[in-house]
Design a protein around this ligand. Sequence first.
Ligand code: HEM
Length: 295
Amino acid sequence: MSDSPVTLQPGVLAMPRVGEPFGVVDDPPVRVPLAGRVVRGYDVLGTRCADERRLFRFRWILGHQMCFLLWRVLGDVTHRGSGEKPDPRSLELMAACVDGYSSAMLYASTVPRAHYQIHLRVSMALQHPSFSGAWAADYRPIRWIFRNRAPWQADGSCPALARAIARNHVVHDRVADHLVPQGHSLLQESAGHPGTAAPGEKEDLYDNYFLVIRRPVNRPAFLTQFDSRVGALSADLAAHGFFPEIEGRHHPIPESETGPTKDLVADALRPLLRARQLMAEERFAEDQIPEDTRR
Ligand code: HEM
């Protein structure tokens, strides 16, 4: 059994409000080079964890926080032109962010179904009976991209992005089948019931569940948060494997080791590190401080 040297404690994620730009850099964060904290290798079928409740809550929150960070980058790259097709480098960054989102969604969903139903689903339903991914603030500006609705997506000239989006839909379907085989989301199950959230409250309830606070964030701080989460995810995978052993067996997401998601399960870090590299090269992080800066 892994005695878990990894701190399975999710941190608060500070995100700029949707539509608000990044803040100016007046207090650069301490930067630790990403390469120094990423552990690349892990077993797909892993070991036992001493505290599975802590492990899967950690994965559920960390995995979602990774999605939010990647959605924000996607949103910024998508909306920085005035509707025209992004340049090839930006399209590559977008495809990497979508693959990173797929990877993070798989990681978050490595929880066995019974555990998910008893603990995570119940905790979300207690947060709100209609709790839904559709309430995610950072997804709102990019929903149309996932529906291939941008005019420049119509002519088939962005094949890598189109492939990444198609695979993302497959991942979401597989994850939903794995965790909720009866097929109804909380939102669908609660249809017609009282207790609808007030306008504007849904996003706050969603943020609050996933430990997100909204405040001005500058780009270096944004990237530091991304890096620390990639480091934590990699340390967890190195310690417990992708699918930890729970009650004497593994609980893989069906077909995840054979189908189109195979490489995301075998090397979940690759798209995340690729997205990170492109964020820097693309000057998404144009006011970032050098990797080796210490205070
Ligand atoms: C890491 C896990 C997950 C992530 C990141 C995620 C993300 C999302 C997002 C962003 C949306 C909004 C899509 C849109 O507005 O076009 C959504 C909607 C939806 N998701 Fe997920 N999802 C996850 C897990 C699940 C699971 C386990 C189910 C199982 C029922 C599920 C079922 C649905 C359904 C049915 C919708 C449509 C809206 C609703 O009924 O809530 N998702 N999800």
